[in-house]
Design a protein around this ligand. Structure first.
Ligand SMILES: *Cc1c(COP(=O)(O)O)cnc(C)c1O
Length: 381
């Protein structure tokens, strides 16, 4: 393996830096100006103009009917589970190949994840595997889908657009509709990514985004819910803000509410970052193109490219090694030589909290787990 050539190339495209991190934010716009405005006006907390502006700007950017800010992507997903009616002892179909937040959010409601395989072409939930599992394992009773072996209700399905690459979401949406399962998209990694021209997160009842520090744009920490159903979005706004009935001085609440609202200072950062999002994505796609061309001439390593019908933000670039030994060797060589890389997440079904959860063969999932390595992906501007 030509490790030196690979390591030199990565140092090179990142301007010769001695250490190349995996994914770090860039602040080249109005960040400081907007943050100062928050401090100067004292609006640093849960209300302020940047909260409203960020929601409006993001709704416009994505094409959502409504966007609702949250404190993190994880609690955006938790809220999404509650909004579609996931309850204790329900089951939720998702990927084992995801970041822990997807499964944590499912677990907060008392529901159980069931792990379905991913596609080779997308690294995300496979509609073929989903259909196959549902045909064998589920039945519809009283208009609801049930797992024949556990007797539990299958309430929702949460595909995740891995590393920003859209899954075959239309087919998944059709299957969910056929089986009366609510569709929630974990679009935490896929801001700006589109499937057939439509922004990810808009195909189901709810989509969740993340603005954590390592994501394509950041608010420090933060998340967002996207809706095409405006009424559901309005309910989300109410529930994420302690379910307070609007009144000038009275404190009355009509639901168990949550303090999940993003503070104004974080939203200020988000507004400034969003002004440059398209520039960042263009830059990331250029980096991906450079990697793609480079790895064409490297034996035994394949660069993962955007699937058909999709526009990917290339949040995190990924290469596929030929087996687990090659993966481990690649991780060792790059991390020893100033290039930060990491394997894909430990599979969810291998973690102690989820090892008893039902799953299908996970054939492609395991194939990827043994081979994928993420390589530096920060914006290079
Ligand atoms: C980042 C991420 C989240 C949300 O994470 P937060 O840090 O809570 O914003 C959820 N799901 C996936 C797949 C993610 O990558």
């Amino acid at each position: 393996m030509e490790y030196k050539k690979i390591i030199d190339f990565i140092h090179d495209i990142y301007g010769g830096a001695e250490f190349v991190p995996l994914s770090v934010p860039v602040f080249i716009g109005n960040e400081k100006k907007y943050l100062n405005e928050c401090i100067d006006t004292t609006f640093v907390s849960s209300v302020g103009k940047f909260v409203d502006r960020f929601e409006n700007d993001m709704a416009e950017y994505t094409g959502a009917k409504k966007a609702v800010v949250c404190v993190s992507g994880t609690n955006a997903l938790h809220m999404a589970m509650m909004l579609v009616g996931v309850e204790r002892d329900d089951e939720v179909l998702t990927q084992a190949l995801t970041f822990i937040a997807t499964c944590n959010a499912i677990s907060y409601t008392g529901a159980h994840p069931v792990f379905i395989d991913v596609d080779k072409s997308t690294m995300g939930l496979s509609p073929d595997a989903l259909k196959d599992w549902l045909q064998k394992n589920s039945e519809i009773r009283n208009g609801q889908c049930y797992n024949k072996s556990t007797g539990r209700r299958i309430k929702a399905c949460v595909p995740m657009h891995t590393f920003g690459h859209p899954v075959r979401i239309e087919e998944i949406a059709d299957i969910c509709a056929e089986y009366r399962i609510e569709l929630v998209e974990d679009a935490a990694e896929s801001i700006g990514s589109k499937y057939k021209g439509i922004h990810t997160g808009l195909f189901g009842k709810v989509g969740a985004l993340s603005f954590n520090g390592n994501k394509t744009i950041t608010t420090g920490g933060g998340g967002m819910l996207l809706f095409m159903d405006e009424e559901l979005g309005t309910l989300a706004k109410h529930l994420t803000t302690q379910a307070k009935v609007p009144h000038r001085w009275e404190f009355r609440h009509d639901h168990i509410g949550y303090n999940y609202r993003m503070p104004n200072i974080n939203a200020a950062l988000g507004c400034a970052q969003l002004e440059h999002l398209d520039e960042y994505i263009a830059d990331k796609r250029e980096t991906a193109k450079a990697y793609e061309e480079f790895f064409k001439n490297v034996d035994g390593i394949e660069f993962f490219t955007e699937p058909a019908d999709s526009f990917s933000n290339y949040w995190l670039n990924a290469v596929i090694l030929k087996d687990k030994d090659a993966q481990q060797k690649f991780l060792q060589e790059t991390n020893d030589n100033g290039v930060m890389t990491r394997p894909i997440w430990e599979l969810m079904n291998r973690l102690p909290m989820f090892e008893k959860c039902q799953h299908d063969s996970l054939e492609n999932t395991i194939w990827f787990a043994d081979r994928v390595v993420n390589i530096p992906s920060s914006v290079r501007l």
